[in-house]
Design a binder for this molecule. Structure first.
Ligand SMILES: C[S@@+](CC[C@H](N)C(=O)[O-])C[C@H]1O[C@@H](n2cnc3c(N)ncnc32)[C@H](O)[C@@H]1O
Length: 454
C-alpha cells in the first residue's frame, strides 16, 4: 500500500474513534493488511480515495459496515469459559429465575456476540434449567454485534465443528442438527425463537445514540470485547452497560477483558472460578454450600472511578517471537475455514515437524471436520512429542469416548486428572482457551457421566 502516512494515521484514528478498537493503536501492519483487502474490493486508487468513499453521503455507511466487519475479530465457541457457564447455570440464572417468578419474563443481552455461539449457549442452558416450565416463560436473548457478517451467520444458526469443540457427540446431537455435508451443525430450531440478533455499536451507549430498548436486562454478557478497547474507555463502557441493567441485574465480562476500573454503579460478586458485577445494594444470592476458592484474575483491579488511568505509552510494533503460525491457523479455524486451516497446519508441520502444538491443532481441526482417523493419529503424535500436553490427552479422551473405545478414553481422562494435579491451580493450560486445572477436572467429571451438561 503506497499511501502517505498522513492518510493512514487519519484513517486509523477514525477507525479507532468509530469502533473503540484501540487494539490497533500499535498494530499498523495488521490494520494496513485489513485495509488493503477493502481497497482491493472497492477498487479504490489508494487510501485518500478510500477515505473519500467512507465519507460519501450515499455509499459511506455501507462501506463503513464492510470495514467494521473486516477489522473486528469474532473468535467464539459454544460454552466458552466453562467456569463462567457453571456460574450461570448454578448461581446467576437460578437467581434471575427466582427474581422474575411474578412476571415470568427474562431479558438477556449478549453484547458483542460474534456468530452467536454465546447467546445460543445461554438459550440451551435456559432450556436445561427450566425444562418443561420453559413454555410458561418469555425469554428474550438478544445478540448484538458491530459486524454484520457475523450477524448473518448468527441468524442462520449454522456452525462448523470447530465452534462446538469440547462438546461430545451426545451433547451436539441434543441441541444441533448435523448438516447434510456432515461438516456443519445447525442449532436446533427449537432454540431460535428465543434469540434475536441486531447490529449495534457498543460505542453508541456512550454518545446517547443507542436505541432506548437496549435496556432493562436481567443479564448482560459482554465477554472478550472490552479487550479490544482502550483502558481509558473501559470504565465508561462498564458504567454504560450498568445503566442497561435492571436494578437487580447481572453483568459478566470475559477473563481476558482488562478491567482496570470498576465504576461506582457496579459491585463485584465473587463466584466459583469467576466474577460477576451487579448494581451495588441489590444483594448477593444465598451463600453457596461450598464457598468458592478466591478467584485469580490478574487483569482485574478495583479502582475508585475518579482515578485517572495512565495514558498508554507508545508501543513498538510487536515482534513475532514464535515462528510457528499458530495464531493464523486458529484464526482460519475461528472463521470456519477448516480446509484452509488444515492446509496451513500441514504446511507448517513440514517446516516444524516436531512442534507438538501443530499436531494438536491438526487433530482438533480434523475432529471438527469429522475426520476421526486423522484426528486420533495427530493427537497421538502431539502426545508423543510432548507427553505432558494435557489438552491433547483431553481431546483424545473425548474422541475415544465418543467412538467405540470408551475404556481407552477413560484412561486418557485419568491421565488428564493426574497431569492437572501436578500443576499450580492458577496455571492457564496451554492451548486450552483459558482453562485452569480445576476447570478441566470439572469438565472431565462431566464427560465421564453418561450424559453431561456442557
Ligand atoms: C472475540 S468476539 C467475542 C464473542 C463472544 N462474546 C465470546 O466471548 O465468545 C468479539 C466481538 O465483539 C464485537 N465488537 C467489537 N467491537 C464492537 C463494538 N464497538 N460494538 C459492538 N460489537 C463489537 C466484534 O465484532 C466481535 O464479534
Amino acid at each position: 500500500m503506497t499511501a502517505p502516512d498522513g492518510s493512514f494515521a487519519a484513517l486509523k484514528q477514525a477507525i479507532i474513534a468509530r469502533t473503540g478498537h484501540d487494539y490497533y493503536a500499535d498494530k499498523d501492519r495488521l490494520l494496513r493488511d485489513r485495509l488493503e483487502r477493502r481497497l482491493t474490493v472497492t477498487r479504490a486508487a489508494g487510501l485518500p480515495d478510500y477515505a473519500r468513499l467512507l465519507h460519501d453521503p450515499v455509499a459511506g455507511a455501507a462501506e463503513w459496515a464492510e470495514l467494521e466487519a473486516e477489522i473486528t475479530i469474532g473468535e467464539t465457541f459454544f460454552f466458552r469459559h466453562a467456569e463462567q457457564f457453571a456460574a450461570l447455570k448454578d448461581v446467576i440464572l437460578p437467581a434471575i429465575i427466582a427474581e422474575n417468578q411474578a412476571t415470568r419474563r427474562i431479558r438477556i443481552w449478549s453484547a458483542g456476540c460474534a456468530v452467536g455461539a454465546e447467546p445460543y449457549s445461554v438459550a440451551i442452558l435456559m432450556e436445561r434449567i427450566l425444562g418443561e416450565a420453559l413454555a410458561d416463560w418469555t425469554i428474550e436473548i438478544i445478540g448484538s454485534d458491530i459486524n454484520h457478517r457475523c450477524l448473518t451467520q448468527a441468524r442462520e444458526g449454522r456452525f462448523s465443528g470447530w465452534a462446538l469443540r469440547g462438546m461430545t457427540e451426545a451433547e451436539k446431537t441434543r441441541d444441533f442438527l448435523p448438516s447434510p455435508d456432515g461438516r456443519h451443525w445447525h442449532i436446533d430450531p427449537r432454540h431460535q425463537p428465543r434469540t434475536r440478533f441486531m447490529r449495534h455499536n457498543l460505542l453508541s451507549l456512550l454518545d446517547g445514540t443507542s436505541p432506548p430498548d437496549v435496556s432493562d436486562f436481567d443479564l448482560i454478557l459482554c465477554r472478550n470485547v472490552l479487550i479490544y478497547f482502550g483502558p481509558d474507555q473501559v470504565p465508561g463502557m462498564l458504567s454504560a452497560l450498568a445503566d442497561c441493567l435492571k436494578p437487580s441485574g447481572w453483568l459478566m465480562v470475559g477473563h481476558s477483558d482488562a478491567v482496570v476500573g470498576v465504576p461506582a454503579a457496579l459491585g463485584v460478586v465473587q463466584l466459583p472460578g469467576t466474577l460477576a458485577f451487579r448494581p451495588p445494594g441489590c444483594g448477593t444470592p444465598a451463600p453457596l454450600a461450598n464457598p468458592p476458592p478466591p478467584v485469580e484474575w490478574p487483569a482485574f483491579t478495583v479502582e475508585k472511578p475518579a482515578r485517572r488511568v495512565p495514558a498508554r505509552l507508545p508501543q513498538p510494533e510487536p515482534v513475532a517471537v514464535d515462528p510457528v503460525p499458530i495464531p493464523a491457523i486458529r484464526a482460519l479455524a475461528d472463521l470456519g475455514a477448516l480446509d484452509e486451516a488444515t492446509a496451513a497446519c500441514a504446511a507448517a508441520i513440514v517446516v516444524h515437524p516436531l512442534d507438538h502444538r501443530l499436531h494438536f491443532y491438526d487433530g482438533v481441526i480434523a475432529q471438527a471436520r469429522g475426520d476421526i482417523a486423522r484426528a486420533e493419529a495427530a493427537l497421538r503424535r502431539a502426545i508423543y512429542l510432548r507427553n505432558d500436553m494435557v489438552m491433547a490427552y483431553y481431546h483424545l479422551g473425548l474422541l475415544l469416548i465418543d467412538g467405540t473405545a470408551r475404556e481407552a478414553g477413560r484412561r486418557m481422562m485419568e491421565q488428564v486428572i493426574t497431569l492437572c494435579a501436578a500443576l499450580p491451580p492458577s496455571a492457564i493450560l496451554p492451548e486450552s482457551d483459558h482453562l485452569r486445572p480445576g476447570d478441566l477436572r470439572g469438565l472431565v467429571g462431566q464427560r465421564l457421566r453418561p450424559v453431561g451438561m456442557p
